[in-house]
Design a protein around this ligand. Structure first.
Ligand code: CMP
Length: 138
């Protein structure tokens, strides 16, 4: 069993897609072991996306992630990181496979409905930014 960190982004919460996205997650065999709806602060978003600081889209990304509520989650299952990346689909929804969350729901590369960790190491860092151990019930 392993864990990954997920964010249901503002473009999805705004369109009431939290339940439909959770249905895809659970249908793929991942268990939602922690979940909280928050308004991300500018500081949280800048820290979370620190690796993208020099990218041209950084300002837009931070603005978008703080614009409306997000749902932060911890997902648990076998090979949670690669499994969630598979069901999310490609970052750009134009390249996402049929049946993936981004193919089903994303609007564009910036408003792509969900985030998922890209490695076990980053999953641990990202989970720790938003959840304490006692908030995760596996
Ligand atoms: P995410 O998995 O949350 O990690 C970084 C995010 O940056 C990514 O999803 C996209 O939402 C966003 N992103 C990546 N490339 C671009 C781009 N070219 N323009 C705008 N946003 C982007």
């Amino acid at each position: 069993m392993s864990r990954t960190f997920s964010i249901i982004k503002p473009d999805a919460t705004r369109r009431n897609l939290t339940g439909q996205i959770n249905a895809v997650i659970e249908g793929a065999g991942l268990r939602i072991v922690a979940q909280r709806r928050i308004r991300m602060t500018r500081e949280q978003a800048e820290q979370f996306y620190g690796v993208h600081k020099e990218r041209p889209f950084f300002g837009e990304l931070v603005a978008q992630m703080t614009s409306e509520p997000v749902v932060v989650q911890v997902l648990e299952g076998e090979n949670a990181v690669p499994k969630y990346r598979e069901i999310m689909g490609a970052t750009n929804p134009e390249n996402a496979a049929e049946g993936t969350i981004r193919k089903l729901f994303a609007l564009n590369v910036g408003e792509n409905s969900v985030h998922g960790s890209d490695s076990d190491e980053n999953a641990a860092i990202e989970i720790a930014q938003f959840f304490s151990d006692d908030q995760i019930v596996g």
